[in-house]
Ligand binder design. Sequence first.
Ligand SMILES: [Zn+2]
Length: 431
Amino acid sequence: MATAHDMLAFIAASPSPFHCVAEGARRLAAAGYRAVDEGEPLPALEPGAGFYVERGGTLIAWRGGARSPSAAGFRILGAHTDSPNLRIKPRVESTSEGYVRWAVEPYGGLIVATWADRDLGLSGRVALRGADGLETRLVRVDRPIARIPNLAIHLNREVNEKGLTLNKQTHLPPVVALAGAAHPSAELFVSLLARELDVAPEQLLAWDLMLHDVTPPTLGGVHDEFIFSARLDNQASSYCALEALLALEDHVPEATSVIMLFDHEECGSLSERGASSALGPQLLRRVMGAHAAHDGGSLSQAMTRSLMVSADMAHAVHPAYAERHEPEHKPRINAGPVIKHNVNTRYATDAVVAARFKLACADVGAPVQEFVNRSDLTCGSTIGAISAANLACPTVDVGCAMLSMHSIREQAGAADVAWMQQAMTRVLRDG
Ligand SMILES: [Zn+2]
């Protein structure tokens, strides 16, 4: 339960990918990891020494193994920091029927209807003109400043029969205020930001901002066996990877340990900091060169000796829709990590890496489950196959079982988190 509680705190600190990275960096620094500027030469990597780089919503950390990466490989834990949500457009405000609304754009594959009638805050990062040039600052407004109101059933009589359909352009802009003389609407957004950041409105240049549900994560269910929270996909896996690395404590495995928490998975991973980017292979090549025991070996040598665990959430069987699952592959909540299979490589798992992960689970006493999609339903995707191809690294796709994936508020199991973290630590330790 301590792990589940700590994960709730991690997610509560992370309303946006940028905050998730900041919270991850804070935890790494507290454990003695040192921040590295990507633009400078990497510091020499002694066995047991840890470093990290932040690039927007992407966080990569590594810790030197006892042997050089070309001799012992890397053990890599991958996940993603981003979640489907609503993002603020550049020109924000409009007034309609006496209400001020903000222009938003759906990010990733959100279940749009779940965003109605929720209390929404604002978070992300802002680029501004500071005293010494361009500055980037995190911003977080946790008050319920925005809301997407449902239409009353009296004016929408078929909503229960037809389901709630919301037009992404016209129905989603949230109401944030009544238009009035006290706050000329054109200035509302910018003046709010300026106040939050304690800067003049003219200093604000651009933003990567988004809405979030201000309801905090919590344990739930009669026996507290569930977690009810936003962004479980995939901050739960990001948390497990991060804490798996920190759980090594003073132990120095033979292989160099790496965690890669990528931004932009929900929109396809193709960006300067996504899993498709050159960031991963470029940085691993530099980490290898910086290792104190580097013997001139190549990254491709290192990759033949490496293993990546790509963690993203898995679909638990739903009691009302059990037929959506392959009959013998129905992951359950609090029944252990799920290994994900797809022969058409939507998941990277093959027999060898699946077996290695099963051994890691067995070593820590974690039960293990397996998932494969029904053959007549399209399989989802994640960073596993992309990273496997990009790094040429054997990769197993895994995840904790959950319900309500991509809803504004999701549901997972309190026990699964600790099992996943322990199995991941076992993979890092396994020389
Ligand atoms: Zn995901």
